[in-house]
Design a protein around this ligand. Structure first.
Ligand code: ARG
Length: 505
């Protein structure tokens, strides 16, 4: 039965009677939240359930998805040589680490969920923050989800059809099913979601170990011929290198994932930087070792001809256990999609809480304490993207726009060093780091446009601008209609969700 008193607007008591901080001088979303259980307040909020282990799992589990099992081919083609591709793999790992260190400062300074959204709000104000949430919730996050679930489905279906290519409709349906299962887990409980994340992350690390140990065994046996003359054939075109970076960076994407859920991390000022410093080097080492393993088993030419290097690898050396590799890819992609939705739900939650998206999206389930409406909304868009199947063009759109925002976050850090010099910063990054990452993101945004101008880049720019037109009536002037209000109440009753309190008021 529905508890109507809890569904009314405003004051809602959580099970433990805790409150959300709206701190005047204090850092936003601040450690006040840690007083959960002290029965001092009356607002509904998400609870702190992510510890160090889950934090690491949330980063590692999202970063390791489909990329490392498939992208080595693309990187090799684009760089032309083994040596150069290894350099790019390492460089992408370093770039992710530097970016994430800067995010650690941002995330410990402003501990409210929503990552870039929260930092843009502090550094530049509501309009840029709105534009970010507009693009992210409508396109970026759902497209990540769609891309990963499609790879999941491809490998899951391939296990059953051996004679021909997997039929497209079946792949799409399986992808949709995956989204629905992930959605259910995420709406059901945060504890279940983090446990699933931990189990899948452990499983995929085992898969990584299998590849690494297999490859090292081959190397010790003396299969080092593919490592000789490593730099033969390197291409030095600036545009090629930038697109090679895009391929590699897709495999590393997700390095900022923990910043989306800061409000749910236990002791964020310690656990956020620690998780980052453990997780990203771990992933980088795994990726580099895996690439070396692939090369111990196949030549660069064979690698460029393979559709999925990990599967070819398995067929070569795992014998009757070769099925292990496609299975690992499905486990890995499922876990990554799960982490992506987990974070996306929080972004939607954080932005709509400030009135930047439909109000209903910021509501939290009154018993399960999950941001169910935001999660459902994201999943619906992701399903639409899976079904419409324009994923290839979305990948270009994705990297381009994502790096505009990563760069924006670096600039936000630099700006706030001047505008808020005395704000508490439990972790302070050397200022040179955001400058370096900002420079590289500018290069990543501009180089591909100059090298191969594509219409997608223009679409992306138009889409961002379209947000502007939306902003003025609906956000700035807060235009609503009776119908919209009725819809909100209807959804509230249907999903048993209730509002949380803004942290910017
Ligand atoms: N790195 C992942 C992969 O290789 C994709 C992660 C998607 N990005 C994200 N922020 N969830 O498949």
């Amino acid at each position: 039965a529905t508890d109507n008193s809890k569904l009314s607007q405003g004051n809602n008591v959580t099970k433990d009677g805790a409150t959300i901080g709206s701190g005047e001088d204090e850092p936003r979303g601040g450690d006040k939240l840690e007083g959960a259980g002290s029965a001092q307040g009356d607002a509904l909020h998400l609870q702190r359930r992510v510890g160090l282990l889950s934090g690491v799992a949330l980063i590692v589990g999202t970063m390791i998805g489909s990329g490392i099992f498939v992208s080595p081919t693309g990187l090799l083609v684009r760089t032309g040589s083994v040596g150069m591709s290894l350099i790019i793999w390492i460089a992408c790992g370093l770039l992710s680490l530097l970016g994430a260190l800067a995010y650690a400062e941002l995330g410990t300074m402003n501990t409210s969920s929503g990552a870039e959204y929260a930092y843009f709000m502090d550094a530049y104000g509501p309009l840029p923050a709105f534009l970010f949430s507009w693009v992210s919730t409508l396109v970026l996050k759902p497209s990540q989800m769609a891309i990963i679930c499609l790879s999941f489905a491809k490998y899951a279906v391939e296990a059953f059809v051996t004679e021909c290519d997997p039929p497209v409709t079946v792949v799409k349906l399986v992808a949709v099913m995956a989204i629905l299962i992930i959605l259910f887990i995420n709406c059901y409980s945060v504890n279940l979601a983090t446990s699933v994340m931990n189990v899948f992350t452990a499983a995929k690390l085992i898969a990584v170990m299998v590849v690494v140990v297999g490859g090292m065994y081959k190397l010790v046996q003396g299969n080092t011929q593919n490592m000789e003359n490593m730099f033969e054939g390197t291409t030095y075109s600036i545009g090629n290198i930038a697109t090679a970076f895009y391929t590699g960076l897709w495999a590393y994407d997700g390095w900022n994932n923990l910043n989306y859920v800061t409000e749910e991390i236990k002791n964020p000022s310690k656990n956020l930087p620690r998780s980052i410093v453990i997780a990203i080097p771990l992933v980088t080492v795994c990726y580099v070792l895996m690439n070396i393993s692939y090369l111990a088993v196949m030549s660069p030419v064979e690698m460029t001809e393979s559709e999925a290097v990990a599967v070819t690898f398995g067929n070569r050396i795992l014998g009757f256990m070769a099925w292990l590799m496609p299975l690992s890819v499905t486990i890995s992609t499922f876990g990554s999609a799960h982490g992506t939705l987990f974070a996306a739900g929080r972004l939607c939650f954080a932005a709509s809480r400030e009135g930047h998206l439909l109000n209903i999206l910021s509501y939290v389930h009154i018993r399960r304490m999950t941001p169910a409406p935001g999660l459902i909304f994201h999943s619906l868009i992701a399903i639409a993207m899976v079904l419409s199947g324009t994923i290839d063009s979305l990948i270009d759109f994705f990297s381009f726009t994502a790096w505009i925002f990563y760069g924006g976050a670096m600039l936000a850090l630099i700006v706030m060093r001047f505008t808020r010099p005395n704000f508490p910063r439990p972790y302070k990054v050397p200022i040179i780091i955001p400058f370096i990452v900002l420079g590289i993101s500018l290069y990543l945004i501009v180089a591909p446009i100059i090298d191969t101008p594509q219409i997608e880049y223009l679409y992306a720019t138009f889409f961002i601008l379209a947000g502007f037109i939306f902003y003025i009536p609906f956000v700035y002037y807060g235009f609503t209609t009776i119908a919209m209000e009725k819809f909100t109440v209807f959804c509230q009753l249907l999903f048993e969700v209730a509002p949380t309190q803004s942290i910017y008021e």
